[in-house]
Design a protein. Structure first.
Length: 397
């Protein structure tokens, strides 16, 4: 197709740029990111010269941004998508569906960076446009609602998250029927938030529904089923006792699935290693060949994928801090828990449940180490943060 277009129009024509864009999309879907980026940049150069500030230029900039996002080059991704938004806002106005899509992509980048406040604002802007233009029951609206629910969940506002997830679930079930893949995705998300709210019956109901749908659609060894296994494993871990053996089996199966599909250096592998380490910790396996080794491997992956300042890194550091506490290595435990607290405050805010729990861990460490005054001071911080947390929740209810 490119050769035909070039022979008819030459390689500086907008039709040639259009072909570059289309081929770039194909290469991106095939994960040939370098080839896709080269094609997108070729289209961008042609369209900028021929069209100036034009929706096609904005579309190309957005596509380039998506490549950078997939590669983890989030600063470049944000810069490119912001340029696209600037052009579309100027040319098409503030109620363009294209603008809503670009807002959503920019929000995704900010969410990955744990810049949740900005991500939430952008997702809400996309939601407002799509509700006005497409109607409140459109599947695109469900995407926005679900994305907002994820941000609310990450910030520990579980009632708000449940509200948005439930609205999104109702839309896709009505639009696509009860057996659609989107229903499985949103059912899993509902399972997560019900687990966070400690409603184990509802959580298991939605996790199992998602797993059944994904097994029928993708097979029992699919990545989708791996995520469902992890969800059910986390739920069983909460109950302790005999549930820990089943949780260990599920997380081990999920780990094998993700390593087979993605290799050893992937965020889903890190997530599952962390979950398996938590089960080992619950079972009292604190030695290096137990929880410690798994946490260290998860930490290495997450630092490589996300950088030093990210909630997943804090999660691994906190886990290691707990392991070192049980190994009676109190100085090392204090170091790791404090690092986890600092990162959590930076990325999640001071009154987030994770921050409160990590201060609890630190207070408990000081008690065990016989540092009575430090323990008292830290428990006072926990009490103060719980009051701030309650005030925040009150503002949203």
């Amino acid at each position: 197709a490119m050769g035909i277009t070039e022979s008819i129009y030459g390689n500086e024509h907008v039709r040639y740029a259009e072909t570059c864009l289309n081929l770039g999309d194909v290469e991106r879907k095939l994960s040939n990111l370098d080839a896709a980026l080269e094609l997108y940049n070729r289209a961008l150069r042609i369209n900028k010269l021929a069209l100036g500030d034009h929706p096609e230029v904005a579309e190309t900039l957005n596509s380039i941004g998506l490549i950078f996002k997939i590669r983890g080059e989030l600063v470049s991704a944000i810069e490119s998508i912001e340029q696209a938004i600037k052009i579309v806002s100027k040319i098409l106005g503030s109620d363009s569906i294209k603008l809503a899509r670009f807002y959503n992509n920019l929000a995704d980048c900010n969410a990955i960076q744990a810049n949740f406040k900005k991500a939430l604002k952008l997702y809400n802007q996309a939601l407002h446009i799509n509700q006005n233009v497409l109607g409140k029951d459109h599947p695109e609206v469900s995407e926005n609602l679900n994305a907002i629910g994820k941000i609310e969940k990450k910030q520990g506002r579980y009632d708000q998250a449940l509200k948005y997830y439930s609205e999104a679930f109702a839309i896709v079930e009505k639009a696509f029927g009860p057996d659609h893949v989107k229903v499985a995705i949103y059912a899993h998300d509902l399972g997560v938030v019900y687990r966070k709210k400690k409603d184990t019956v509802k959580s298991m109901e939605y996790y199992q529904r998602a797993k059944t749908l994904n097994e029928a659609k993708f097979g029992a060894r699919s990545a989708q089923v791996g995520m469902n296994m992890n969800g059910i494993g986390m739920l069983l871990k909460m109950n302790g006792g005999e549930g820990l053996d089943e949780a260990e089996r599920l997380h081990s199966d999920a780990l094998a699935i993700f390593e087979s599909r993605y290799g050893r250096w992937h965020e889903k592998v890190a997530l599952t290693l962390n979950l398996l380490a938590e089960v080992y910790r619950k079972k009292g396996k604190y030695e290096y060949d137990g929880a410690e080794k798994l946490y260290i491997r998860a930490l290495d992956i997450n630092r490589e994928v996300f950088g030093e300042i990210h909630p997943e890194v804090a999660e691994n550091l906190n886990g290691l801090g707990q392991v070192y506490k049980m190994q009676l290595n109190y100085p090392k435990s204090e170091e790791y828990i404090k690092k986890a607290i600092d990162i959590s405050i930076t990325t999640l805010g001071g009154a987030h449940p994770h921050v409160i729990n990590r201060y609890r861990n630190l207070a408990d460490l000081y008690e065990r180490a016989g540092k009575v005054e430090l323990s008292k001071q830290t428990w006072d911080i926990v009490t103060d943060l719980k009051k701030r947390r309650a005030a925040q929740i009150a503002r949203f209810t």
